[in-house]
Ligand binder design. Structure first.
Ligand SMILES: O=P(O)(O)OC[C@H]1O[C@@](CO)(OP(=O)(O)O)[C@@H](O)[C@@H]1O
Length: 470
């Protein structure tokens, strides 16, 4: 059987008479470090990228950087934001707008010192091999500052990718200012109106010296995001990892929207405790399918949704009464349990105790023979995440493992925990991405269903527990 390993390489997982060890394929980091030579012909270090954010305040730079880090972590690529503001705040916790006036030498000196401290920490972080991609989050608004960063990174063979967020959409800027004035540590305890005015003055001071990236800097690798999602200009992207970051950034938009997630209604396999398969929904599953339109209307009001399902019957049947356009995605099919498809956890435990334990020990990486691991699922879900980032209001009706992976992306759940999250049947989940976190709401349909949740380390003898009722 053909499988795809964690590095996206096709391989053949031997399917022969049952060996007691079902999963033996080593699954390394998602990205193999690319190796390249420098000018002297000597092999250089592994690829490391400093993504340098560029733009006036309130252009969504921090949000973009944080989202990209969350996405990279989800793909097992180590990344970190170095926010120059945080370094500046240790020396100057509550600066006035004048502090940011470039004719104020003390302000200039302190801001430069903060940038140097952030860059020094970033270089150290790379040297200690703690990660592959750093985001230097600051305005980096002059050519001099950008040149200095580039030269500093060159010294240590760190690639630079400049990401400029340009925005002239007043509504977008206003909503960013509102968000910042209510959440920024610079304005803790201050009157919101005064804070907003001060912040506008600060922006004005930056505007005086701001230099957009232009032809003079055509030797730089850069992306210009104009009104996030409207127009993208790309220059000199050099390698695979850079292009991955750029592709993600290209798909972002910051219009307000929500994503709804639901498992399919209880299936006949859920009732019998069997995993995988392509069973119909049970009677109670059918009740949930009929209740779902009402639940969705309560949560989404008049918002027009698009429904995504897997290609398996239980999700299609569950979504069939929803009055919206529907799309079936193979990528949303349940985690492939390979040769264990159709078995109960109890049967797997009895027949393949070692595998049962191996999955408990490392559920994220454990790959069923002829099937998949959670790590594999994340890789096949990447186009779904990309499409979700491009889209507005989507309701996804899918499966337990798939829902866990999508949820983990939005809620930043670490890999050791995500495969063990409880995602009950007959419950609608609403996720609303906000500037610095995703808000969550769970709406139980109050239609009983069997529990398919098994705790780590617990025996798998048939699941009797019910869930989802009043
Ligand atoms: O990774 P675990 O916890 O086994 O959960 C995935 C399992 O969930 C199930 C139910 O037990 O999903 P589904 O309800 O979509 O059928 C199985 O089919 C699937 O193998």
């Amino acid at each position: 059987m053909e499988t795809t390993d964690a590095n996206g390489v096709n391989g053949t997982h031997p399917v022969h008479s049952f060996s007691p060890k079902l999963s033996s394929v080593p699954q390394g980091d998602f990205i193999r470090h690319s190796r390249k030579t420098n000018g002297s012909g000597v092999q250089a270090d592994d690829t490391r990228i400093c993504v340098v954010m560029v733009g006036l305040p309130a252009r969504g730079k921090s949000l973009i950087a944080q989202k990209a880090v969350r996405y990279l972590h989800w793909l097992s690529i180590k990344a970190k934001v170095f926010n120059v503001g945080q370094y500046r705040r240790t020396a100057t916790p509550n600066p006035s707008a004048e502090f940011f006036d470039t004719s104020n030498p003390e302000g200039e000196r302190l801001r430069r010192a903060a940038a140097e401290a952030a860059v020094a920490d970033m270089v150290k972080w790379f040297k200690e091999r703690q990660g592959l991609i750093a985001f230097l989050d600051a305005t980096n608004s002059t050519k001099d500052r950008r040149r200095w960063i580039q030269e500093r990174c060159d010294q240590d063979n760190i690639e630079t990718l400049f990401v400029e967020s340009k925005c002239d959409d007043e509504d977008l800027i206003m909503s960013n200012i509102l968000e910042v004035k209510t959440t920024s540590p610079d304005y803790v305890g201050q009157d919101p109106e005064v804070a907003a005015q001060d912040f506008r003055n600060r922006i004005r001071n930056y505007e005086k010296v701001y230099q957009t990236i232009d032809e003079d800097e055509s030797d730089l690798t850069y992306v210009k995001l104009i009104n996030v999602g409207h127009q993208v200009i790309i220059n000199r992207i050099q390698d695979y990892l850079q292009s991955r970051v750029v592709y993600y950034l290209m798909n972002l938009h910051i219009k307000p929207r929500s994503i709804w997630l639901s498992r399919h209604g209880e299936s006949n396999f859920n009732l019998s405790g069997q995993i995988g398969g392509d069973a119909d929904i049970s009677e109670r599953g059918e009740l949930y399918a009929r209740r779902l339109p009402e639940l969705v209307a309560q949560s989404a009001g008049d918002t027009k949704l698009t429904i995504w399902t897997s290609t398996l019957k239980r999700t299609i049947q569950t979504a069939r009464f929803l009055p919206f356009e529907k799309l079936e995605w193979k990528a949303l099919d349940e985690l492939d349990s390979g040769v264990c498809d159709g078995m109960t956890y109890g049967e797997i435990e009895e027949k393949y105790p070692e595998d049962f334990k191996a999955r408990d020990d490392d559920k994220y990486n454990y790959r069923y023979l002829g099937g998949e691991s959670y790590r594999d699922v994340v890789i096949r879900l990447e186009p779904i995440i990309m499409e979700l980032e491009r889209s507005e209001n989507i309701l996804i009706v899918t499966h337990q493992a798939i829902l866990r992976c999508i949820y983990a992306y939005f809620m930043n759940v670490p890999q050791e925990r995500s495969p063990w999250m409880e995602v009950p049947l007959h419950t609608l989940i609403k996720l609303t991405p906000k500037a610095y976190k995703t808000e969550e709401e769970r709406m139980p349909a109050k239609i009983p269903a069997v529990s398919t949740f098994r705790e780590k380390g617990s025996s798998a003898k048939h699941q009797e527990k019910e869930e989802g009722g009043d």
